[in-house]
Design a protein around this ligand. Structure first.
Ligand code: PHE
Length: 339
C-alpha cells in the first residue's frame, strides 16, 4: 500500500493538461467515486492497526496534493482562455450607448418653446429664498398655512430662509427689477414638505408665466392658455376655467383641459368627468404689483403656474411620480424617441 501511495504521489505531482477537458478527465481518474485515490481510501480498512497512523497521513497528503494540483491546472487553463479573448483584436467594438434627455427636461423645453412662439422670454430665480419673495410680496397673510413648517422647508428661522414652495417667487424678483411690459416664463424646481408617495414628492418642477402691461385682461389670459393647451395636447383640446383662490391673484382660477385619453367622454383617468386639472392662474393682485414697485393704477397683468410632472403624466401616463427622480435607465430609455 505504501509503495502504491508513493508511486501515485509522484504521478500526481507531475500531472499535465492542455485543456479543461483533460484536467477534468484526470480528476475523474484519481478523485471521483471510483478514482484511484478514492479506492485506496476504501482499502484503508485492511491496513494493520500499527500502520494505520502512518498510512493515513500519507493518504491524506496524496489526496490534498492531487486536489491542489488539479485546481491549479484548471485555474491556469481558465485564465489563459480569458486572456486569449482579451487579445482578440478581430472582435468588433461595442458601440457606445447614447444617453437620452430626461422626460421632465423634454416637457419643460416643449412648454418653453410653445410660449416663446407667443412672445414670452425665460428667466430663472433662486431656489433658496426669503419669506418676502415667496410669501410676503405675494400677498400671503401672516397666518397663511403655507408659511407653516409643515408645508415649507425652512433653512433658518428669524429671519426666515427657506426653499421656495412655488416659482411665483420669481415674479417678485422680476417685477421688482424690471419695468413693464413683462412677458416671461420661469421654469424651476420647487420644494414642499410632503410625505413621498406615488402621487406626491418633496420636490417637483413648475413653469410660471407672467404678463404685465397696460390693459391686460382675463380674456388675454384665457387666449394664451387655450393656445398652450392646443399646442401641447392637440388641436381638439378644450379648456375650462373654474373659480379658485390664490393670495397673489384676483380673480383666480384653475384650468382643466378635456381629458386627452378619452377625448372628454369620461374614463378612469379623468375620474369619468371628461376633464383634468393642469394649472392655477389669475389676474395679478394689485397689492402684488404695488409691493413690487409697479403702479397698479396704470398696469395690470396675469400669471399662471403649472406642474411639469403633471403635464408629463398627462402626456405619457406615468403612474408613479417617484420614477422621475430614481434615474432608472429602463424608464428613461422609454423617452428616447418621445420628441
Ligand atoms: N403658485 C401656484 C401654485 O404653486 C400656481 C399659480 C401661479 C397660481 C400663478 C396662480 C398664478 O399652486
Amino acid at each position: 500500500m505504501k509503495t502504491k501511495i508513493q508511486q501515485l504521489l509522484e504521478e500526481v505531482n507531475s500531472l499535465k493538461a492542455s485543456t479543461l477537458e483533460e484536467a477534468e478527465a484526470l480528476r475523474i481518474k484519481y478523485l471521483s467515486k471510483k478514482g484511484e485515490i478514492t479506492n485506496l481510501f476504501n482499502d484503508f480498512r485492511n491496513v494493520p492497526n500499527e500502520e494505520k497512523r502512518e498510512v493515513g497521513q500519507l493518504l491524506n497528503e496524496l489526496k490534498n496534493n492531487a486536489q491542489e494540483k488539479l485546481n491549479t491546472l484548471k485555474e491556469v487553463l481558465t485564465a489563459s482562455g480569458k486572456t486569449e479573448q482579451k487579445t482578440d483584436l478581430t472582435r468588433t467594438a461595442e458601440p457606445l450607448k447614447l444617453g437620452t434627455r430626461h422626460p421632465l427636461s423634454l416637457v419643460k423645453q416643449e412648454i418653453a418653446d410653445i410660449f416663446s412662439r407667443i412672445g414670452f422670454t425665460i428667466a430663472e430665480g433662486p431656489e433658496i429664498e426669503n419669506d418676502w419673495n415667496v410669501f410676503g410680496a405675494l400677498n400671503f397673510p401672516p397666518e397663511h398655512p403655507a408659511r407653516d413648517m409643515q408645508d415649507t422647508f425652512f433653512i433658518e428661522k428669524n429671519p426666515d430662509i427657506l426653499l421656495r414652495t412655488h416659482t411665483s417667487s420669481v415674479q417678485t424678483h422680476v417685477m421688482s427689477s424690471q419695468k413693464p411690459p413683462i412677458r416671461m416664463i420661469f421654469p424651476g424646481r420647487v420644494y414642499r414638505n410632503e410625505a413621498i408617495s406615488y402621487r406626491a414628492h418633496c420636490f417637483f418642477h413648475q413653469v410660471e408665466g407672467l404678463y404685465i402691461d397696460k390693459n391686460v385682461s382675463f380674456a388675454d389670459l384665457k387666449q394664451a392658455l387655450l393656445y398652450f393647451a392646443k399646442e401641447m395636447f392637440g388641436p381638439d383640446t378644450k379648456i375650462r376655467l373654474r373659480p379658485s383662490y390664490f393670495p397673489f391673484t384676483e380673480p383666480s382660477a384653475e384650468m382643466d383641459i378635456s381629458c386627452n385619453l378619452c377625448g372628454g367622454e369620461g374614463c378612469a383617468f379623468c375620474k369619468h368627468t371628461g376633464w383634468v386639472e393642469i394649472l392655477g392662474c389669475g389676474m395679478v393682485d394689485p397689492n402684488v404689483l404695488d409691493n413690487c414697485g409697479i403702479d397698479s393704477k396704470f398696469y395690470s397683468g396675469y400669471a399662471f403656474g403649472m406642474g411639469v410632472e403633471r403635464i408629463t403624466n398627462l402626456k405619457y401616463q406615468v403612474k408613479d411620480l417617484r420614477l422621475f427622480s430614481e434615474n432608472d435607465v429602463r424608464f428613461l430609455e422609454e423617452f428616447t424617441n418621445a420628441f
